[in-house]
Design a protein around this ligand. Structure first.
Ligand SMILES: [Zn+2]
Length: 102
């Protein structure tokens, strides 16, 4: 509780993905050592968690895609498309995420 707000801790605990059920690694189907990867980092990490723009990965895959910008850009585009289909307009997306990925 010292450095993390209650709200952030709750978001982290409730991470989910709009793209899959999150029970296995998205890339290799492993059920071992799973972690959540937020598609948007930095100041958008919170938004990522809130809107379900997270992918469940095993630690091995997580390490592999960490600096794979093709992978990252692919999911950022897919997330914006998902947002504009399910949550709101492009202006809404821009007012929340501050950047157009499409
Ligand atoms: Zn994996």
């Amino acid at each position: 509780m010292k450095n993390k707000s209650y709200k952030l801790a709750k978001l982290e605990r409730n991470r989910y993905s709009v793209f899959h059920d999150g029970k296995k690694c998205y890339l290799c189907n492993s059920e071992y050592q799973l972690t959540w990867d937020e598609i948007f980092k930095g100041r958008n990490r919170k938004n990522s968690m809130q809107y379900g723009f997270c992918i469940r990965l095993c630690l091995t895959c997580h390490r592999r895609i960490n600096e794979d910008y093709d992978y990252i850009n692919y999911w950022q585009k897919k997330s914006q498309e998902y947002f504009e289909t399910h949550y709101g307009s492009r202006d809404d997306f821009l007012s929340i995420f501050y950047k157009n990925y499409l």
